[in-house]
Structure formats: structure tokens, C-alpha cells
Ligand binder design. Structure first.
Ligand SMILES: NC(=O)c1ccc[n+]([C@@H]2O[C@H](COP(=O)([O-])OP(=O)(O)OC[C@H]3O[C@@H](n4cnc5c(N)ncnc54)[C@H](OP(=O)(O)O)[C@@H]3O)[C@@H](O)[C@H]2O)c1
Length: 391
């Protein structure tokens, strides 16, 4: 029987890589749903090849135009259509929308699938308690896609309780070997030019500011229930080792794979299968020169933000972080603020009294998270525009 699948965010870097893997074995899959915000050329290509039964195009103008052209497929404009699309549980969902916008669809789609692979780290950071509740309630299997978390997940084989310490690696992004002073005039195209990974713009900027590693530490803390004190971020310019887990029984396991997201993605699609994925030979040169280091927090000040989360399990303060960062990255990509302003303003916002109070507030429902997101984005934008006016 064909495996029924859906990808939310299919036109992005993760979405396209997922479809590339599916394409190799196309006859065994039935694509039920694909989605884009506004990338019509890419979704049209995907439509031709994979013939999904349903499409979601969230940009209203693009949706209206596209709907007029295509009459033989169900096209929706938002994610409130899952009940109409899924009559019974499908086999696999990839959640690969970027930023906070991935949260609601990720939570809502869990009940409609037997397995959900989540790449959208922002939803895990802001709403893990709600996601996990849905996963348990609906007996849906979950696999993290982020390479570090996929690696930890593979290393621990469900023995969560036995972990002593986790090490997450970071390439250091495009500016690892530059001084902070030399980054004043960085342009968006330089910030998204990652040396090792070919990713969407938002996560590429997050890698350059190191906010991505703050996110990944929080993501690991949530998924694996381990304290931030037991999570260390190591610089590792080759991105060959993705995670190291030290267990309480004296064993330490290291996971290595090619610097390609196709490996975690392939293994979420075929978790219990012995299908072969073409990959490179073990690279002894890289293995002999792993070159791990801890990070200098003066050079990468965003890493200091992690301290603010040390004694928090689940709070709305995570939403403050993700929302302010989403806004700052967008402002930077639209050339409204400078590169160094991203971490500077993020630290400033995280220290504001009006936001610190959210440290003690647990997210109880999605509505609460969404309204805080709107408020933080607006406040962040206003603060940035005001400080530009005063500059
Ligand atoms: N790329 C990687 O290697 C990688 C690795 C680890 C984790 N992740 C995580 O995976 C997620 C996706 O990353 P990515 O690099 O694939 O991002 P991306 O290339 O920017 O793609 C994002 C996808 O989400 C859609 N989208 C964006 N905003 C939307 C909105 N408001 N409503 C509906 N759809 C929207 C995009 O549609 P359009 O094409 O129309 O813009 C696209 O399909 C992120 O959370 C990222 O942190 C990515």
C-alpha cells in the first residue's frame, strides 16, 4: 500500500529535500498535501511531479490568482482546512514552515498523522508542552529533524533518563573567524552565505548571529527533558559531528554524518527500514581534525541569552525570544536594521521588565502564544523604528 504523506512548507529548503527523497521511490507514495506561502513557480513544479490532492497557498493574492488557473485540485488559503483534507490518519507529515508561522499548523496536524517529523524548531521552542500533549493524546510518533536533535534522538534510542550531558556542535556560521568589529557593514547576502549548509534565509541569518544555537539548546532541553546546565555548545567548523551524548553508565556516543539534511530527513521517512541512501565514505581527514572549541560569548553575545532560560521549563518567555528574533531577522533582511543590531536588540528586548514577567507564565493554549507573538513583533518593530529615527 502507498504511504500517504503531507509536507507543510514544501517549497522551502527542507520541504524540497524531503520531496527529492520521495521522488526516488515515487510509486510508493501518495502525496495528500503540499503547502507554500507564495512560491508559485516551485509549487507548480511540485504539483506536476507529485500530483498532490490538496494545496495550501497562504499568501492571499497568490492564492486567488492560482485558484483561478487550477480547477482540478483542492486549494486552500490557510491551515484551518485539515479536517476537510484528512478523513483518516495519514502515514507521515513533514513540518517545515520557517519561523513562528509553523506553530499552529504543526499542532493542528498532529492528530491527522501516524508520524510527524518536525523541522520547525520555533514551534518546538514556543509550544513544546502543547505539541507533546497532542502527540501523546493522538499516539502520534515524533522525530526531530534538526540534524543535532535527530542525532541525539538516534543516539539515545529512547533511554532518555540515562543521559548525563549533551554536546551540540555548531559550525560557527559565515563569521566564525571574523572579529565582531568587522561585522558592522554586513549585508543580508553575506549573512545568508553559510559555509557548510544550504538553508532558508531565516535560519541562515540565525546561524550567523548564533541565535540558531540558542534555539537548538532550548529545543534539546524541551525534547529530551534535560537541563540547560547539561547542554554544551561546541564550535566544530566542519559540521561532521552533529551531537555527542555522554551517558551515566560511562559511555559516550558521537554521531557523524555527511553535512547534508538529506540524512536526517531520509531517516524520518524510513525510520524502520533498511533502504540504502547513497552517502560519502567515512572522512578520516575530518575525523582526525575534529577541532572542537567552546564559544567566545563576547564575540557571539546572543549565546548569553541562554542563561535567562536556565530555571525555566515551559514559559511564554520562549515566545518572546522567537517572536522578537523573527521580527529582527525580517527587518535585517529588508535592510531596516544592521546585522549587529539583531543580537544587540534581542538582548535588550529579553531584558525588558515587561517581557521578563513571562518567565513565570506557562503557555496554556495556542491563543495565548499567538497574541503574545503579535504584541512582541509589533513592540520590536516600534523599538527599532524609533531607534533608527533617533540615530
Ligand atoms: N534548511 C535547513 O537545513 C534546516 C535545518 C534544520 C532545521 N531547519 C528548520 O526547518 C524550518 C524550515 O527551514 P527552511 O530552511 O526549509 O526554510 P525556508 O527555505 O525558508 O522554507 C520555509 C517554508 O515555509 C513556507 N512559509 C514561510 N512563511 C510562511 C507563512 N507565514 N505561512 C505559510 N508558509 C510559510 C515557505 O513558503 P515560500 O516558499 O512561499 O516562502 C517555505 O515553504 C525552520 O524552522 C528551520 O529552522 C532547517
Amino acid at each position: 500500500m502507498k504511504k500517504k504523506i503531507a509536507i507543510i512548507g514544501s517549497t522551502g529548503s527542507i520541504g524540497k529535500q524531503t520531496l527529492k527523497i520521495i521522488k526516488k521511490n515515487k510509486k510508493n507514495f501518495e502525496v495528500i498535501l503540499l503547502s507554500t506561502n507564495k512560491n508559485i513557480p516551485e509549487i507548480s513544479k511540485q504539483l506536476k511531479i507529485f500530483k498532490p490532492k490538496n494545496l495550501i497557498i497562504t499568501d492571499l493574492e497568490k492564492y486567488k490568482k492560482f485558484k483561478k488557473r487550477k480547477r482540478n485540485i483542492k486549494i486552500f488559503n490557510n491551515f484551518n482546512c485539515f479536517k476537510k483534507i484528512f478523513k483518516k490518519k495519514i502515514d507521515y507529515v513533514m513540518s517545515s514552515i520557517s519561523g513562528f508561522s509553523g506553530l499552529q499548523p504543526t499542532i493542528d496536524i498532529i492528530k491527522h498523522t501516524k508520524l510527524i517529523a518536525i523541522a520547525n524548531k520555533e514551534s518546538i521552542i514556543c509550544g513544546w508542552n502543547l505539541i507533546n500533549k497532542e502527540i501523546k493524546k493522538n499516539k502520534t510518533n515524533f522525530i526531530p529533524v534538526d540534524s543535532e536533535h535527530f542525532s541525539i534522538w538516534s543516539l539515545i534510542e529512547k533511554k532518555k533518563l540515562n543521559i548525563e550531558e549533551i554536546f551540540i556542535t555548531a559550525s560557527g556560521g559565515p563569521f566564525l573567524n571574523r572579529t565582531r568589529e568587522s561585522l558592522h557593514k554586513i549585508k543580508p547576502r553575506q549573512a545568508i552565505n553559510h559555509p557548510n549548509w544550504n538553508m532558508g534565509k531565516k535560519i541562515s541569518v540565525d546561524s550567523a548571529t548564533m541565535v540558531n544555537k540558542v534555539f537548538e539548546a532550548l529545543e534539546a532541553k524541551k525534547i529530551f527533558g534535560i537541563s540547560l546546565k547539561n547542554i554544551t555548545i561546541l564550535s566544530h567548523p566542519d559540521s561532521y559531528v552533529h551531537a555527542i551524548v555522554k551517558f551515566r553508565n560511562g559511555l559516550t556516543k558521537i554521531l557523524i554524518h555527511d553535512t547534508s539534511m538529506k540524512i536526517p530527513i531520509f531517516n524520518t521517512i524510513y525510520p524502520n527500514n533498511n533502504l540504502v541512501l547513497q552517502s560519502e565514505k567515512l572522512n578520516l581527514k575530518k575525523l582526525n581534525n575534529l577541532n572542537f572549541n567552546t564559544f567566545n560569548k563576547i564575540k557571539f553575545p546572543s549565546l548569553k541569552i541562554l542563561r535567562e532560560f536556565e530555571n525555566i521549563e515551559h514559559s511564554l518567555y520562549e515566545t518572546v525570544l522567537v517572536s522578537a528574533n523573527d521580527e529582527l531577522v525580517e527587518l535585517f533582511l529588508n535592510r531596516k536594521i544592521k546585522f549587529l543590531d539583531i543580537s544587540k536588540k534581542l538582548i535588550m528586548i529579553m531584558k525588558m521588565k515587561e517581557f521578563k514577567i513571562f518567565k513565570s507564565k506557562k503557555p496554556n493554549n495556542l491563543g495565548q502564544i499567538i497574541s503574545l507573538n503579535r504584541y512582541v513583533r509589533l513592540k520590536t518593530k516600534t523599538l527599532c523604528v524609533r531607534s533608527n529615527d533617533n540615530a
